[in-house]
Design a protein around this ligand. Structure first.
Ligand code: ATP
Length: 364
């Protein structure tokens, strides 16, 4: 994609016995982007990141950083910084010693280390805490030290593996903004591994979704969110409703689907012939809900009954029984006039809100 790719991964493969941890992955990360690698546990994200860092060697393929082939270079020669989930701080060393450790390994002078330390402590807002030991820090401060250590040598690229997973929700939200600030102010690419889609969607510019060692989709985060390219991405990103139906007809762009006697229209993502079973993925926030039929202006319209309303603060989830007694989740404002538990309601959604995939057994 990018004009100036800092990281280029070409056809990388890695097996552990019979497991294909990374199965032919190619991607590029541009010089100033925040790139998220999203996938469920075991999808190969960490293995791919370890291959980029040099902690793991690929069986096949090539890794380039800043235009140099680094596939056979050890980690310390790759101009990368690394941050891990469990911080990995040395418990008996001070914050200052922990942070400057990579500089020491690179043989930088004491004066240089001091200068870089001052800069990075200010940058991560930890001034005055250099003499403390890790046990004297809060969880958020420990993670700032780990981030500072990853950045202190001014790497060309920062690799982060679930760095916020050990923090509680509130602190994680704060650190998401903080990490994003680091990336923007330093202007270097961050490659951020996570299984948390909210984190990937909040922080990244582009993202890739991995599943069973394979890159399922890569692109700007809103494209991945709004236009899933595969059934796995459609089911994994967002919290979609899944409807099972059969194709009536389709032209490659749009499909008409029979959903238990109701005709629906969706965006065809994979080919399906008339009569073939399909799955429709429909994100809850893309369904309109109204007490009156006049309130719905979409091509797809169905009626239903509200079974429950789950108040979530700024919005609510409406559990609506529609079609052949299927429960749909509809996210909407916390209250809608004329809509209560037990109300008959009208639902509607646009053709492009419904992603239609040929159904397969046993997956995902
Ligand atoms: P998680 O989010 O749980 O860390 P992940 O997406 O990062 O998952 P990986 O850790 O890369 O996934 O693992 C991918 C697959 O490779 C898994 O099936 C895992 O069990 C296997 N695997 C990873 N490392 C090794 C290893 N050193 N030896 C054997 N199998 C491994």
């Amino acid at each position: 994609m990018t004009d100036q790719a800092i990281l280029r991964i070409e056809a990388v493969e890695k097996r552990f016995g019979a497991v294909r941890a990374v199965d032919g992955v190619s991607l590029e990360v541009g010089s100033r982007e925040f790139f998220a690698l999203l996938g469920p546990s075991g999808s190969g994200k960490t293995t791919l990141l370890r291959i980029v860092s040099g902690l793991e060697a690929p069986d096949r393929g090539r890794v380039e950083i800043g235009g140099t082939d680094v596939t056979r270079l050890p980690p310390y020669l790759r101009r990368i910084g690394m941050v891990f989930q469990d911080f990995l701080l040395f418990p008996h060393r001070t914050v200052a010693e922990n942070i400057t450790f990579p500089l020491k390994m690179q043989g930088r002078s004491a004066a240089e280390r001091e200068e870089q330390l001052d800069w990075i402590l200010g940058f991560v807002r930890m001034e005055g805490l250099g003499a403390r030991f890790p046990h004297q820090l809060s969880g958020g401060q420990k993670q700032r030290v780990a981030l500072a250590r990853g950045l202190v040598s001014r790497p060309a690229l920062l690799l982060l593996d679930e760095p916020l997973a050990n923090l509680d929700r509130e602190l994680r939200k704060e650190m998401e903004i903080e990490v994003r600030r680091y990336q923007e102010e330093l202007g270097i690419p961050f490659v951020y591994v996570t299984h948390n889609q909210e984190e990937a969607l909040t922080m990244s510019d582009r993202m890739a979704v991995m599943h069973q060692g394979v890159l399922e989709q890569i692109g700007p985060k809103l494209d991945v969110y709004n236009m899933p390219a595969t059934r796995f991405v459609a089911s994994f990103v967002g919290a979609p409703n899944k409807l099972a139906g059969r194709t009536i007809e389709g032209d490659g762009a749009r499909s008409r689907i029979d959903w238990d006697g109701i005709t629906l229209i969706g965006r065809s993502v994979s080919d399906a012939r008339p009569g073939d079973p399909v799955e429709i993925y429909l994100k809850s926030e893309r369904i309109a809900l109204s007490a009156s039929a006049d309130g719905i202006h979409h091509e797809n319209r169905v009626e239903g009954t509200v079974r429950d309303i789950i108040f979530k603060g700024q919005f609510a989830d409406y559990i609506v029984r529609a079609g052949n007694e299927v429960e749909l989740v509809v996210s909407g404002p916390p209250s809608i006039s004329g809509v209560d538990r037990g109300s008959r309601v009208n639902l509607g959604w646009a053709v492009e809100a419904a992603d239609v995939f040929a159904a397969k057994d046993g997956e995902p």
